[in-house]
Write a protein that binds this ligand. Structure first.
Ligand code: HEM
Length: 133
């Protein structure tokens, strides 16, 4: 149960990844529509709690399978892509000054997220970009 394959830890990791994607997707739509939903208290809190659990389980999983960023390439890529996802997300939800800039950052963040999933599933640093290799 703690070897990283089909473990509770991995199930929580995958579940929080799905919740992270869903909440980011919806918040992007709300920001672009200028929806009052963005002012809701839970909308400001729940994504952070979820993403903290996602990162916590990520760290626990690296330890449980004995593979680490800056040692194993696929995890280095995953970590760096996560940083890109966070930066693009901040741009999309907070910093962008124009609608087109916001939409571009939001779309780019969604693509980066799917890339992270493809790296996770293949354990290949190139993920779905494998054809570039
Ligand atoms: C948005 C961020 C992330 C997403 C969407 C994500 C997604 C996933 C998914 C879908 C799996 C399951 C793969 C499978 O079924 O075999 C997984 C497993 C895993 N992830 Fe993540 N992950 C994220 C961030 C991270 C980070 C930052 C790390 C560590 C640097 C990490 C480390 C791991 C490890 C060690 C496993 C277990 C692999 C195994 O069981 O062999 N994840 N991740």
């Amino acid at each position: 149960m703690v070897d990283g394959s089909g473990s509770i830890l991995k199930n929580i990791h995958v579940l929080t990844a799905i919740v992270s994607f869903t909440l980011f997707f919806i918040r992007g739509m709300w920001v672009m529509k200028g929806s009052v939903m963005m002012q809701q208290k839970w909308v400001k809190i729940v994504p952070h709690i979820n993403d903290t659990v996602l990162l916590g389980t990520a760290i626990a999983l690296t330890i449980s399978i004995g593979q680490y960023p800056f040692v194993d390439a696929w995890l280095t890529v995953k970590l760096l892509a996560l940083v890109a996802y966070i930066c693009l997300g901040i741009e999309a939800l907070r910093l962008a000054k124009s609608d087109i800039g916001r939409a571009a950052a939001w779309l780019a963040a969604l693509v980066v997220f799917l890339f992270i999933v493809s790296v996770a599933l293949t354990k290949e640093p190139f993920g779905f970009l494998l054809f570039l290799k």
